[in-house]
Structure formats: structure tokens, C-alpha cells
Design a protein around this ligand. Structure first.
Ligand code: FAD
Length: 388
């Protein structure tokens, strides 16, 4: 096998596969090195929510809006991945949630062309006829939606391969090769490979490569537990989220239930194109433990059954967990690391790695091919976490 490339991308999740495709499209000779296989990291245990509303006002939102624009053209290029930007129903269950939702609608950064609407129970039923008729209301977020994550990632892999990109799976990076302050390649359990740039798209394992270069970045695993239910004819028509998610994310101090606070429970309900229901999740710091707990799974199922009573009779086909690559400010780390040239970070996307994969790939490609980016990436720089 060849050993010399323009770019080596380490990691074949949503971010790495997107980078591989964008770089190959830009004419780079790319090798992807993956310790397991594509979608075997967090990309294989995730939701597919695409929503501007869950992003923090300011840079985070601006970054997402750029990314959202890229999905449709990408689907035209690489083939269908179930892109469905036809609205999200954020269920409101309590008076406190209603208050917070009303407050959140006062934000002055609602992008032009985007809107929010509070629906009463009857209006919710029109959108979601199988939802519990006692649900008092919901926030309707028309310009958001979801995609099929496996189709998205596999589509990227296929499209990159068509452009000549090579994939080396079951291959682990165990060292970084350097000449002084220039990164020149990687050492793997299958030998050494060389490139002008090495891209770190290792998600929650991103700090392993960072450490190989003598640095330490605060990328921590934040577990999310998931329940998959048996296939059924369509009964959930939009992406369903909970207002509790918004409360936990932006006002955790308002949560009084100790268990909810501890495991960061809220729910998202989505029915995939194949009919499976995906119920998620939690936001827990439990190290690299990808196990599931009876407490969390019980809460997820009970919460979903309260919103969709028909869930009570459905069979569970699988429970599993994924690890979000958390960073303290909720933004990924993209760009250089330390004094090194020839090394590019593209990890730490926490709960947004699917939504931000296209813009990350674009920025990484611009950096490598043009040496500059079309968007200011200072807020994504490694320096914000540098310990002096
Ligand atoms: C329950 C849950 C729900 C979520 N919901 C959403 C959502 O609705 N929308 C959204 O946008 N995001 C969501 N996320 C977050 C999203 O899944 C992640 O941000 C995203 O999957 C991270 O992608 P990645 O490519 O960076 O990482 P990964 O998919 O983990 O890919 C990294 C890859 O690197 C490989 N690797 C690591 N170390 C090495 C090494 N040394 N050598 C070779 N290969 C290596 C791994 O095997 C892995 O395949 C959710 C996450 C969870 C857990």
C-alpha cells in the first residue's frame, strides 16, 4: 500500500468522513485511518437533530447556520441521507417550561427567515396525531429537522472513495511522526504513513493524539443513553424534543429533580426512515463507560411513553450509549495545535457533531488548501484552553 499522502484524516465518524470527502473534492490525496470502522465511534450512537434553536446565541449559532446551508447541496452530491428540514416539535409539559420557552422567544438573534411559534395542544395534535392529547403545548421550530446519521456518514465515505480517497480501517494511530515542529505523518499498528497534514478527527478520543504532541485539551466524554424500539409504520412525523433539554442546557439551576440533574435526562424522539424509534437521552459524565443504566433507560422510556402513549406496548430492540466529545464552552477545536505545522484539529463537537460536520469539513479544507478560512475560527482555537 502507498504510504505518502497529501492529508491523513484520523477517525471516520461524521466529522472525519466529511473532512475526507471535502478534501478529496478539493483535489487532495487523502488517507483515512480508523481504529475500528466508520460509524463505530459516537457517530454510531447518536441522534440526527439539526436545529439552530439549541445553539448558543452568537458564534455557535452563526457556525451552525453556515453548516445547515451545506446539507442540501451535499445530499445532491453524495446521495440521499434522509435530510428532513420540516420542523421540530419541542414539547412543553410544565408551567416552568412554558415560561422559559416564552423567554427564549424574546431572543433578539432569531436569524432572518427563521421563526418560532408556540402551539396549543390542538395544534400539536394536527402536526403529530399520535401524541398524547393531554400535552398542553409545544414550541414549533419550522426551520429545523433531522437526518439519517448512518446514511450521511456512509454516503460521505462512498463519495470520498469515488474521488480516490483511501480508507484504512481496524488501524490505530499510536504515534505522531515529526521533524522538529513539523508533523510529517503517523505511526500505526500497521506501519508508518506520511502526509503534509494530519487531521485529528478522533471525536471524544481526540486528546489521545493531542497528548502524543505533548499537549492536553479538555475534551471529555459526556455519555448519552439511547433506546431503540421495534420498527413500526410511521407514527412520529417530526423530530420531537423536550423543553427540559433546553432547561438543562441553558438553565440547569432551575432543575429541582436530583436524578434529572445528575444524569442530565431529557428526551428526543425520532422515527427513522426504516421505522425504528430512537429515544434519547442523557448527558452524563461517566468517563469512557459506554454502558447503560436501568435508571436512565427507565426514565427515557417513561418520558417517551408519556408523550407517545403507544410506546408503552412497543418492544425494545436495543439499548446503547454514545460519548459526546464535550468541551467546556460547547464549541469544537478546529485548526492548528501548539507550535506544530502540518497538524489540524477537528474534534470536540459535543452534542453537535452531526450538525456541524459539513462546516467543520469546509473550514479544515480551506485551512489546508488555502492556508486561511472564509469564517473567523479564533473562537475554535486550541489556545482558548491552553494552560500557561
Ligand atoms: C445520545 C447522543 C445524541 C446525540 N444527538 C446529536 C444530534 O441530534 N445532533 C448532532 O449534531 N449531534 C448529536 N450528538 C453528538 C454527535 O453524535 C457527536 O458530536 C459526533 O458523532 C462526533 O463525531 P466525530 O466524527 O467527531 O466522532 P466519532 O464519531 O466518535 O468518530 C471518531 C472516530 O475516531 C476513531 N479513533 C479514535 N482514536 C483513534 C486512533 N487513535 N486511531 C484511529 N482512529 C481513532 C474512533 O474509532 C471513531 O470512529 C449526539 C451524541 C449522543 C451520544
Amino acid at each position: 500500500m502507498e504510504t505518502k499522502f497529501d492529508v491523513i484524516v484520523v477517525g471516520a465518524g461524521a466529522v472525519g468522513s466529511s473532512c475526507a470527502y471535502a478534501l478529496s473534492k478539493a483535489g487532495q490525496k487523502v488517507l483515512v485511518v480508523e481504529k475500528r470502522d466508520s460509524c463505530m465511534g459516537t457517530g454510531g450512537a447518536t441522534g440526527g437533530l439539526l436545529s439552530w434553536f439549541t445553539k448558543k446565541p452568537g458564534y455557535h449559532l452563526a457556525l451552525y447556520l453556515q453548516s445547515q446551508k451545506l446539507f442540501k447541496p451535499l445530499e445532491e452530491e453524495i446521495g440521499k441521507f434522509g435530510l428532513q428540514v420540516d420542523g421540530t416539535v419541542q414539547v412543553i409539559e410544565t408551567d416552568m417550561e412554558m415560561e422559559l420557552v416564552k423567554k427564549s422567544m424574546e431572543r433578539d438573534d432569531i436569524p432572518s427567515g427563521y421563526s418560532l411559534e408556540i402551539l396549543d395542544g390542538k395544534q400539536v395534535l394536527q402536526l403529530e396525531p399520535n401524541i398524547n392529547p393531554d400535552i398542553p403545548g409545544a414550541l414549533w421550530i419550522p426551520q429545523s429537522g433531522r437526518l439519517e446519521v448512518f446514511d450521511f456518514v456512509y454516503g460521505m465515505v462512498r463519495a470520498a472513495k469515488k474521488l480516490g480517497c483511501q480508507f484504512l480501517t481496524e488501524t490505530e494511530v499510536i504515534g505522531i511522526l515529526r521533524e522538529g515542529e513539523r508533523v510529517t505523518g503517523i505511526t500505526t499498528n500497521r506501519g508508518d504513513f506520511y502526509a503534509g497534514t494530519v487531521v485529528n478527527a478522533c471525536g471524544v478520543w481526540g486528546n489521545d493524539l493531542v497528548k502524543m504532541l505533548g499537549y492536553d485539551m479538555p475534551i471529555r466524554p459526556r455519555r448519552g443513553q439511547i433506546v431503540a424500539l421495534e420498527q413500526r409504520a410511521p407514527y412520529v412525523y417530526h423530530m420531537i424534543t423536550s423543553s427540559l433539554y433546553q432547561t438543562i442546557k441553558f438553565h440547569p439551576e432551575l432543575i429541582t429533580d436530583e436524578a434529572i440533574q445528575r444524569i442530565g435526562y431529557s428526551f428526543a424522539i425520532e422515527q427513522t426512515e426504516s421505522g425504528t424509534t430512537i429515544l434519547s437521552g442523557t448527558r452524563e459524565f461517566a468517563g469512557f463507560d459506554r454502558g447503560v443504566t436501568t435508571e436512565a433507560i427507565g426514565k427515557i422510556i417513561a418520558g417517551a411513553a408519556k408523550v407517545y402513549p403507544c410506546v408503552k406496548d412497543m418492544k425494545i430492540i436495543r439499548t446503547f450509549a454514545g460519548l459526546r466529545p464535550y468541551t467546556p464552552d460547547g464549541l469544537p477545536i478546529v485548526g492548528s495545535l501548539g507550535q506544530y505545522t502540518g497538524f489540524c484539529m477537528a474534534c470536540g463537537h459535543e452534542g453537535d457533531g452531526i450538525a456541524l460536520a459539513p462546516i467543520t469539513a469546509q473550514l479544515v479544507t480551506e485551512l489546508i488548501v488555502n492556508g486561511e478560512t472564509s469564517l473567523d475560527i479564533t473562537p475554535l482555537s486550541w489556545q482558548r484552553f491552553a494552560v500557561s
